[in-house]
Design a protein around this ligand. Structure first.
Ligand code: GAP
Length: 452
C-alpha cells in the first residue's frame, strides 16, 4: 500500500469511527474536552474484546500469572517513590505570541527555524513539564489531600507485591497482569485516541531473580510472546516491528517498543510512520526497591530452594488498549472492488475481536412470517454471542452496512426458510453464501468464527 493510501486510512477510520459509533469526541455537545474520547456501542465491544483476549491470554493461558485490579487513586507517596513526581515530564516550549504549547522533542528543530509552527512567533526555552494529573480528596476545604490520577497502572501492582506473595502460592518467576485507566497531562494530545489524556493500559509485571542473564532471557521471551499475541489476532506481520529505545525512562535498564506502521514518513501525527503501540521494559529492581525504601516495609522475596532473600527484577509489557484498538481498526480497513467498478468497505477484523459475530435479516420487513422466524433466530443466537438485527433497505445494502463494521456473518431469512428450515449465511470476507439448517446455526457460527 502506498503511503498516501495509508495516511488516507487514518482519515477514513476517523470518519468511520464517528459515523458508525466506534469512537466519539469526549463531551462533544459541550464543545469537547481535548485529549478525551468516548467509545460508542461498536467501539465499546471492540475494546472490550481486546481487553478480554489480553486477560485470557495472560491469566488463563500462562501458568504463572495472576490478575489484579488496583485503585486508580493511590497514596501520593507512591508517586514520590516511583520517581514520577521528579522525572515524569516532557520538555515544553511556548510561543510568546500565540501562546500555543509544543513538545520540544516533537519539533523538527529546537528552536524551529521559522519560529512558532502556528504563527511564526518567538519560542521559549524548553522547561520540564510534569505529566501527572492532580486531584484532591476529602470534603473539608484546607484539609483536602492532594494526590494524583495514576500516570501508569504499573505501581498498583508493585505496591501489592507483598500482598500477592502472602495471599497466593506464586513463586518467582511469576507475573501480575492488570488492565485499567491511566491519565497524563499530555502537552500535545492528538491522532484520534493515539495520544490522549485519559487512556487505558494492559500490562504484565513479571518478577524474576535479580540476575541479568536470567532476566534478559525473560525479556526476550515476553517480547516474542507479545508480538505473537498481536499476530494471533490478525495484525499484518509487515506492519509490526521492534524498536529499541535510544533514551531510557528513569526506571528502565533496557527497553523495546512494538511499533505499528501507520504508513508514510515518520512524524508526530498518527497517520504517518511507525508508531509505538506497546513497550517491553526491563525495570531492574527499581520499583520494589523504591517502595521498600519509602514505605519502610520489608518487600524482599524469600526463595525456599536457595534460602536466599532478594528484591526481584521486573520485566514489564505495557500496551495501550486505545492504541491497539486504533491500530486493529486501521489494519482491518479495506476497500475492495466487488464487481463492475462497485466497491465495498470492509473491516476484516479478527473474529474474536469483531463487535458482532452475526447479523440477522428478515428478507422483507413487511412479511410477519419472515420477521417472526428471524426474530426467533436472533433471540436464540443472542443468548450465546453478540448479534445485531437489521430489517432496513435491501439485502445488498444491509450486507454493505455490516461489512463496514466487521460483522462476520449475514443471516437472511427468506420464504424458502419457512419451508426448509434453513437460512442463507453470507461470509464477510469471501462473500460466499451457504444454506445452513436453523438448528445447526449456533454450532456453525461457533465453529467457523469463535473457535480459532
Ligand atoms: N508502565 C510503563 C508505561 O506506562 P509507557 O511507554 O509510558 O510505559 C505504555 O506507556 C503504553 O501506554 C504505550 O506504549 C502506549 O500504547 C500507551 N500510552 C502511553 N501514553 C499514552 C497516551 N497519552 N495516550 C494513549 N496511549 C498511551
Amino acid at each position: 500500500m502506498k503511503k498516501e493510501e495509508k495516511k488516507d486510512i487514518f482519515e477514513k477510520i476517523t470518519s468511520l469511527a464517528k459515523r458508525r459509533g466506534f469512537i466519539y469526541p469526549g463531551s462533544e455537545i459541550y464543545g469537547g474536552l481535548t485529549g478525551t474520547w468516548d467509545y460508542g456501542p461498536l467501539g465499546a465491544e471492540l475494546k472490550r474484546n481486546i481487553k478480554n483476549e489480553f486477560w485470557k491470554n495472560m491469566t488463563q493461558e500462562h501458568e504463572n500469572i495472576v490478575g489484579l485490579d488496583a485503585a486508580i487513586i493511590m497514596n501520593p507517596k507512591v508517586w514520590e517513590a516511583s520517581g514520577h513526581l521528579d522525572s515524569f515530564s516532557d520538555p515544553l516550549v511556548e510561543c510568546k505570541k500565540c501562546h500555543h504549547r509544543f513538545r520540544a522533542d516533537q519539533l523538527e528543530k529546537n528552536p524551529p527555524a521559522g519560529g512558532c509552527p502556528d504563527c511564526g512567533g518567538e519560542i521559549t526555552e524548553p522547561k520540564q513539564f510534569n505529566l501527572m494529573v492532580e486531584t484532591y480528596l476529602g470534603s473539608i476545604e484546607g484539609e483536602k489531600l492532594k494526590t494524583y490520577l495514576r500516570g501508569e497502572i504499573t505501581q498498583g501492582v508493585h505496591v501489592n507485591f507483598k500482598n500477592i506473595l502472602d495471599s497466593t502460592r506464586v513463586k518467582i518467576p511469576f507475573g501480575v497482569a492488570q488492565v485499567g485507566k491511566a491519565f497524563r497531562n499530555e502537552i500535545t494530545p492528538g491522532g484520534l485516541t493515539f495520544r490522549s489524556r485519559e487512556f487505558e493500559q494492559m500490562e504484565l509485571q513479571f518478577y524474576t531473580k535479580p540476575d541479568k542473564k536470567e532476566s534478559m532471557k525473560w525479556m526476550e521471551y515476553w517480547k516474542e510472546e507479545r508480538m505473537k499475541w498481536y499476530l494471533s489476532l490478525g495484525m499484518t506481520k509487515k506492519n509490526l516491528r521492534f524498536k529499541e529505545h535510544e533514551q531510557l525512562a528513569h526506571y528502565a535498564q533496557a527497553a523495546f517498543d512494538i511499533e505499528y506502521n501507520t504508513g508514510g514518513d515518520s512524524d508526530a501525527s498518527v497517520g504517518a510512520g511507525w508508531k509505538e503501540m506497546e513497550g517491553i521494559h526491563h525495570r531492574g529492581d527499581w520499583d520494589v526497591r523504591r517502595h521498600q525504601e519509602f514505605s519502610k516495609q520489608d518487600l524482599t522475596y524469600f526463595d525456599e530452594e536457595t534460602k536466599e532473600r532478594f528484591l526481584p527484577y521486573i520485566i514489564e509489557t505495557s500496551g495501550g488498549v486505545d492504541r491497539a484498538t486504533l491500530f486493529f481498526l486501521m489494519d482491518a480497513y479495506h476497500e475492495e472492488e466487488v464487481k463492475d467498478g462497485e466497491t465495498r468497505t470492509v473491516l476484516k477484523i479478527h473474529p474474536k475481536l469483531a463487535p458482532y459475530k452475526a447479523a440477522v435479516f428478515p428478507l422483507l420487513a413487511n412479511k410477519p412470517q419472515l420477521v417472526e422466524l428471524a426474530e426467533k433466530i436472533y433471540k436464540d443466537l443472542k443468548k450465546e454471542m453478540m448479534v445485531i438485527w437489521d430489517d432496513r433497505g435491501n439485502i445488498g445494502k444491509r450486507y454493505r452496512a455490516q461489512d463496514e463494521i466487521g460483522t462476520m456473518a449475514g443471516i437472511t431469512v427468506d420464504f424458502e426458510s419457512l419451508e426448509t428450515e434453513d437460512v442463507t449465511v453470507r461470509d464477510r470476507d469471501t462473500m460466499k453464501q451457504e444454506r445452513v439448517k436453523i438448528k445447526e446455526l449456533k454450532n456453525y457460527i461457533n465453529e467457523k468464527y469463535q473457535k480459532n
